[in-house]
Write a protein that binds this ligand. Structure first.
Ligand code: GLP
Length: 253
């Protein structure tokens, strides 16, 4: 595992974006796994800058990690979407680069047939040849995507309940955007499973800020356990790169 520690959030973002951009340049038709949350926003801004300077997304395929269940997505009307991760990824990255609509895959939070949809999502990842490079954030309870503590390392794309801590942590970004009441927050999500994530060829995890320091140390240097989903990075078969800012790295020994 390569652990890179940068001085600031901005430098962490630049470093992660450089890794992704170099990957796209070396394989223009690559399959990227995309993360949401506040951490990757800077990385996406850097990628948008690089796109304006020529980075080409025309052959890139993307698969998002997760989506709230019950809110959603209408790809024909991306600007009418609500607080979904679909909207987030359009606003923060996809609408600013030359990616083809048919190459964008996002879990459908409004599906009426979740099991069938989850199987289809898995099939689409396989059909694309698997995920080449998966970008990941980390939740304060160590979750990757929405694989909350206890998720099996062999779990696949599925509907999951969210822990109260995750609902609390994510409430702030909902409230900021839409003045939503806490009781109206989604308590379920569709998420790629740990097994799905661990089949990617390469993983890139980013984390920033003091509030992530403890969980980053547990994930990277503590025991490998399903109680901390991100600890699975320690036993991942392919290349893992972790880019942290100084604060997120502050509890590493
Ligand atoms: C969310 C997402 C994760 C994300 C994590 C951290 O719950 N499902 O994919 O990595 O929380 O979010 P943030 O980057 O805002 O701290």
């Amino acid at each position: 595992m390569d652990i890179i520690v940068k001085e600031s959030y901005e430098e962490m973002s630049k470093c992660a974006a450089d890794i992704i951009a170099n990957f796209i340049k070396s394989k223009p038709s690559c399959v990227l796994g995309l993360a949401t949350g506040s951490t990757p926003i800077g990385t996406y801004r850097e990628l948008i800058k690089m796109h304006r300077e020529g980075l080409d997304f025309s052959q890139v395929k993307t698969f998002n990690l997760d989506e709230y269940f019950g809110i959603g997505i209408d790809l024909s009307k991306p600007y009418e979407m609500d607080q979904s991760y679909a909207r987030f990824i359009y606003e923060e990255l996809l609408k600013h680069v030359n990616i083809k609509k048919e190459n964008i895959y996002i879990p459908d939070g409004l599906t009426k047939e979740p099991e069938k949809f989850c199987q289809w999502y898995e099939d689409m990842i396989k059909k694309a040849g698997g995920i080449d490079l998966q970008l990941l954030g980390i939740g304060r309870d160590g979750h990757l995507a929405f694989n909350e503590p206890g998720s099996s390392f062999s779990s696949r794309t599925r509907v999951v309940p969210l822990t109260e801590q995750t609902v609390d942590d994510n409430y702030e970004s909902f409230y900021r955007k839409a003045n939503i009441k806490k009781e109206d927050m989604p308590h379920f999500a569709i998420t790629m499973g740990m097994g799905t994530i661990l089949e990617a060829k390469q993983l890139l995890m980013i984390a920033s800020g003091k509030k992530k320091a403890k969980v980053v140390a547990k994930a990277l240097q503590g025991p490998v356990t399903t109680r901390i989903a991100a600890s699975a990075l320690q036993i991942f078969n392919g290349k893992v790169t972790v880019v942290l800012d100084k604060e997120a790295a502050s509890e590493l020994s």
